[in-house]
Design a protein around this ligand. Structure first.
Ligand code: BES
Ligand code: ZN
Ligand code: ZN
Length: 411
């Protein structure tokens, strides 16, 4: 059986067993126990944190018939469990998961690995004063409309056996804990989904966890820009101009195009680590759903090599990426501003995902860069048959798989 079929087959067993209230499940062996485990653990996930009857619900326990496949089963479990962490963070409502709370939740998850000899872990929590010292004025402009204070969360992971000649891989995540649109306010229908606008940050944190738990022998740094986008007397307004960390001035033509403002500063900061590659993940544009729907994450890559690695990773996990273009025409559209060097919303409204990527590219210096627009896969609405509907946590498994390929095992 192919991996994706295995995931599907095992997920339907789990679904059926859940209705029959079966809790102890004996699992027979198949050729890919890692995929089987992913199917089971992704299907069994259910977000019921705030339901009062949750303790009464039976928890499924899996037992293997053939213990020799324990390692594969466990690897698949870790992959699914990390994606499930991203799902939980994305589902959590914005009153429960403010930027400060996001930091607390993620730090708690990592706490138990602090004394693990197999990994060197460093955590930095940057507050508003630090952001100001760094001149992260684009990120701060988004945050200024909210009473919730912004944060930048940094996770630095380094395996003791990591090849020091390979510079770190840096992940950047959009962490807008709620996106109202700001003064350019969104319509209220489905606005509640914007609690998942920190999906990029969630996937990036979950990837770091996977890399650590699976002992991937590399060095990675995750940078998560955390803000809430609100309209208020303090909020930034269309037509405002800010000087970003890079020195480029930005016209904020639309306060709902806030993700790219946050990423502009964090991407610029990412370069201080002399990365070998930078990957950002962001629920950036609604246009991504128009282009690709829930089938793929849109991958804007500066090199064929980087895209190829992402494509291969997606083929393994089944959570696939589709290449999207970076082009001069889009760059020109972004630079067409009367007020500043660049605008966060172009005059022509076509190709919204491509102009967003072009905007980000103005702040990237590393020649190996990939921007993943995950807006289209933020919510599962029957796209992935082995997961119940809701916030998807995609493409966490693909990013972990990417790291496995990027830092090959030390033999
Ligand atoms: N967070 C949204 C994008 C989004 C929409 C993610 C739907 C997931 C589902 C983003 O901040 C946004 O509002 N983008 C605007 C940009 C526009 C104003 C240039 C959009 O896509 O409409
Ligand atoms: Zn927005
Ligand atoms: Zn947004």
């Amino acid at each position: 059986m192919k991996k994706e079929q295995t995931r599907l087959a095992f997920s339907s067993c789990v679904k059926n067993l859940a209705t029959s209230k079966e809790t102890e499940i004996l699992v027979d062996n198949v050729n890919d126990m890692s995929a089987a485990s992913e199917g089971c653990h992704l299907a069994a996930y259910n977000f019921d944190m705030y339901k009062s009857d949750r303790s009464k619900k039976p928890v499924m326990e899996f037992e293997l018939m053939d213990k020799s496949s324990k390692t594969d089963w466990e690897d698949g479990f870790i992959m699914a469990d990390c994606q499930n962490l991203a799902r939980t963070l994305m589902e959590m409502p914005s009153n429960m998961l403010t930027p400060e709370k996001f930091v607390e939740e993620v730090v708690n998850v990592f706490e138990e690995f602090k004394n693990d000899p197999k990994v060197k872990l460093e955590i930095h929590i940057r507050d508003e004063d630090w952001l100001r010292e760094q001149n992260m004025n684009a990120l701060l402009a988004v945050a200024q409309g909210s009473v919730q204070k912004p944060r930048l969360l940094e996770l630095h992971l380094s395996h003791p056996d990591a090849d020091k000649s390979i510079q770190p891989l840096v992940f950047v995540g959009k962490g807008v804990t709620f996106d109202t649109g700001g003064i350019s306010i969104k319509p209220s229908a489905k606005m509640g989904l914007m609690r998942g606008d920190m999906g990029g940050a969630a996937c990036v944190a979950a990837t770091a966890l996977g890399v650590m738990r699976l002992n991937v022998p590399g060095r990675i740094i995750c940078l998560m820009g955390l803000v809430e986008n609100m309209p208020s007397g303090n909020a930034c307004k269309p037509g405002d101009v800010v000087f970003s960390r890079s020195g480029l001035s930005i016209e904020i033509d639309n306060t709902d195009a806030e993700g790219r403002l946050v990423l502009a500063d964090v991407l610029d900061y990412s370069q201080t680590f002399q990365p070998s590659a930078v990957l950002d993940a962001a629920t950036l544009t609604g246009a991504m759903t128009v282009a690709l729907g829930g089938a793929f994450t849109g991958a804007f890559c500066s090199t064929n090599k980087l895209f190829d690695m992402l494509r291969k990773s997606g083929a393994v996990t089944g959570d696939q990426v589709w290449r999207m273009p970076l082009a001069t025409l889009y760059n020109d559209m972004v630079k067409d501003s009367l007020l500043a060097d660049v605008t966060n919303s172009t005059k022509q409204k076509e190709a919204g995902s491509c102009t967003a990527a072009a905007f980000l590219s103005q702040f990237v210096k590393c020649d190996q860069w990939a921007h993943l627009d995950i807006a289209s896969v933020m919510e599962n609405t029957n796209h992935v048959k082995y997961m119940p509907n809701g916030m998807s946590g995609r493409p966490t498994r693909t990013l972990i798989q990417f790291c496995k390929q990027y830092f090959p095992e030390i033999k």
